[in-house]
Design a protein around this ligand. Structure first.
Ligand code: ZN
Length: 345
């Protein structure tokens, strides 16, 4: 191993990321060192590239970005048990504390002291990543590195989709980005009846129909009510998943739900947005905010589903080597892609 590595870092307070050579990290007794093979570009990374208000407030300059990865363990801290050199893995990018009530109750994903790799701490857009062994998720042979590199967003999709019982239910998903599309595939996999996914971007809707057995609806040109009657749905949707952060989409979802319907929200509205609460109250709707993945229950469930026929590979639309990272970010920023995966060799 040489002791220099390639990274993609946020070096300046302006749009962009920069290839920046760094020393390979040294690991502590409870860590492992992972040689990165593939990484996924996330919407979060696009915020960091663009250097919007959120990124400028949150991300320290000099940070190595990236949090979606798969690789191989090449070094193990002396306290680490149960992992070995050569083990292929992905991992949870949220580094949790151990002192909060939530952590001590085993609800690790609800720990308020969480810090994210590639956001607050050195990230995975690097040839080597130091990670607490606790966060490592070993990969079975059936899951290759490029699928391993998108388990983080697939986990968001699985966490959202499994928030409510979907068996035999009619499901509405607003927002056909990669996570919405993968959530649709999960909903079908676990036994939903109709899965309707809406967006206003025809490319994304076409991709949704390619990846999953779903009904894509362009709400700019099609009427959701007409779709419902075509499907002989008389009461509305049982479960909603809001993935767009768009106010109009949430309004439309509330309108389209059954009495007593349940909504899981992963999309983040920009700033404060007006909500018609009386309609939510009178329809007796349950709304659940979803953050990250359940550590590690979501990981177990998604790996089991992938081993048992869940297929989301076609959501990956573009593949680049890390030296071509600018092309990868450009296609992501254009909104005309699914997941983009970078190869680190
Ligand atoms: Zn992500």
């Amino acid at each position: 191993m040489t002791n220099q590595m390639k990274t993609l870092a946020k070096l300046r307070a302006e749009p962009g990321l920069w290839m920046d050579p760094r020393p390979v990290p040294e690991i502590g007794p409870d860590d492992v060192l992972i040689r990165i093979r593939k990484t996924g570009i996330c919407g979060t990374d696009i915020h960091i590239w663009n250097w919007d208000d959120w990124a400028a407030r949150t991300v320290p300059l000099g940070l190595v970005t990236g949090h979606e990865f798969a690789g191989e363990i090449v070094e193990i801290g002396r306290n680490v048990e149960g992992l070995s050199i050569g083990q292929r893995c992905s991992g949870e990018g949220h580094l949790i504390g151990k002192t909060s009530r939530q952590s001590r109750a085993g609800k690790f994903h609800l720990d308020p002291a969480t810090r994210g790799i590639g956001v607050n701490e050195q990230g995975a857009f690097a040839q080597y990543l130091r990670l607490p062994a606790f966060n490592v998720v070993p990969l079975p042979d059936e899951i290759d590195d490029e699928i391993g590199a998108i388990l983080d967003p697939l986990g968001n999709a699985v966490h959202t989709a499994l928030s409510f019982d979907l068996v035999g239910e009619d499901v509405l998903i607003t927002g056909a980005g990669p996570i919405g599309i993968m959530a649709a595939a999960v909903a079908r996999h676990v036994g939903a009846r109709h899965v309707v996914i809406t967006d206003v971007n025809p490319d994304r809707l076409a991709l949704a129909a390619e990846v999953a057995d779903v009904i894509p609806v362009n709400v700019a040109t099609e009427d959701l009510k007409a779709v419902e009657s075509r499907l002989k749905m008389t009461q509305g949707f049982d479960v909603g998943m809001e993935m767009s952060g768009n106010q109009a989409a949430l309004d439309q979802m509330v309108e389209a739900m059954v009495m007593g319907g349940r909504i899981a929200m992963l999309g983040i509205p920009p700033g404060k947005s007006p909500v018609d609460w009386s309609r939510i109250v009178f329809k007796a709707i349950t709304i659940k905010g979803v953050y990250g993945r359940e550590i590690f229950e979501t990981w177990y469930k998604m790996i089991a589903m992938l081993e048992n026929g869940l297929d989301v590979r076609r959501v990956i639309t573009h593949r680049y080597t890390v030296d071509e990272f600018r092309d990868g970010f450009e296609v992501m920023r254009s909104g005309r892609s699914g997941k983009v995966v970078l190869d680190w060799g």
